[in-house]
Design a protein around this ligand. Structure first.
Ligand code: EPU
Length: 338
């Protein structure tokens, strides 16, 4: 544990944006973390707790302290007839955690294979894919308060999980360092293969019996075919949320595009895939020299090498304005802007 000054964050964000933090430290234990929270640099400055850096865009130098969470360890802490309770430390890589579960037949997170980032960030935005969200497998988490360092256990009901939302993005934003998360996983798998593309992939495998490993393989196959690998092409996954719109807004889109996709939310609202809207508006695959819109999934913005955060932010602003004028829908960014 060492406080560094003027550290480049390029290796610590999946967009690969070159940005400097005034102060930077990594912590490997909770004791290291609490000592860091006592330093004048941390007390006096704004702070950013960093996990995998996979859901943020730096648009300017970070004039504060960045604390990188490296807490490691996964343990089975309890089991009952139906469940395994598995505690993972916040700095564990998310996909490695999923693989750990699949190898031991702990079911429930297989649809969340290959999501970039780390365990500690997963509840922040209630990560989700292919019909499963963290809230479906979440048991509880432990966190340390940044100001007074007391420890608190957040139970499921306290986290206010919603679509890409939690209390940690809202009311409790920047107040806590999540140190570990306990997941409630199934002993008998309840496979969720209803998502069209998963069925298709599984069919291609010609299996007699489907296991969680097969579902994971199908998800990995789908994700790798559409979503860029951040090690090769900088990105932060979905840049926007899928907007929930009144049914009449959707019906007016349907007049021009009768097959426009949408998922029912309530009697009056539907969720429209932002990727579809962005593609219809002509942005898919658009390049602006250093950055652009991914050619296989329009919801993802990419850095071709030397993009500045401001440029990517501007691209997202232009897309938002265009979708507003073409569809009368306001897109919201999913990625956190710093
Ligand atoms: N679509 C297009 N053009 C595109 C992209 C999508 O027409 O360029 C259409 C697809 O054809 C499909 C619909 O939009 O009809 C949905 O597309 P997809 O299944 O690829 O999912 P998504 O709604 O674009 C969401 C999540 C992803 C998650 C997938 C699968 C959000 C913001 N994104 O994307 O999450 O992997 O569903 O469950 O909810 C992430 O959060 O970083 C992320 C990748």
């Amino acid at each position: 544990m060492q406080l560094l000054s003027n550290q480049s964050l390029r290796a610590f964000n999946t967009f690969g944006i070159d940005c400097v933090a005034r102060h930077f430290a990594e912590f490997n234990t909770e004791e290291d973390l609490t000592s860091l929270l006592d330093t004048p640099e941390v007390k006096k400055n704004k702070r950013l707790i960093l996990g995998g850096g996979s859901n943020l865009l730096f648009t300017q130098p970070f004039d504060g302290v960045v604390l990188k969470n490296n807490l490691q360890g996964i343990e089975l802490i309890e089991e009952d007839n139906d469940h395994y309770y598995v505690r993972a430390q916040a700095g564990e890589n998310w996909h490695s955690f999923v693989m750990h579960c699949i190898d031991r037949n702990y079911a429930g997170v297989e649809n969340l294979s290959l999501i970039p980032g780390c365990v500690g960030a997963s509840p922040m935005q209630n990560i989700g894919a292919y019909g499963v969200e963290i809230k479906d497998v979440f048991h509880r988490l432990e966190a340390i308060h940044i100001e007074d360092k007391h420890k608190h256990t957040f139970e499921l009901a306290e986290c206010s999980f919603g679509y890409r939302e939690s209390i940690f993005k809202n009311k409790e934003k920047n107040n806590w360092v999540i140190t570990n998360v306990t997941f409630k996983l199934d002993k008998r798998a309840r496979l969720k293969t209803g998502y069209g593309a998963i069925e298709e992939e599984l069919d291609k495998m010609h299996l007699d019996q489907i296991t969680i490993k097969d579902v994971s393989k199908a998800v990995i196959q789908i994700r790798s075919s559409k979503l860029p690998d951040p090690k090769i092409l900088g990105n932060a996954g979905s840049f926007f949320k899928n907007p929930v719109v009144p049914i009449d807004v959707y019906q007016s889109i349907q007049k021009e595009w009768p097959t426009a996709p949408a998922y029912p939310i309530s009697e009056h609202e539907v969720k429209v895939p932002a990727g579809w809207l962005i593609e219809q508006a002509g942005w898919k695959g658009k390049k602006r020299i250093t950055h652009g819109v991914h050619d296989k999934q329009a919801l993802v913005l990419v850095n071709f090498g030397d993009a500045r955060g401001q440029e990517i932010l501007q691209l997202s602003t232009d897309i938002i304005a265009d979708i507003q004028s073409k569809f009368n829908i306001t897109l919201e960014r999913e990625v956190n802007i710093y």
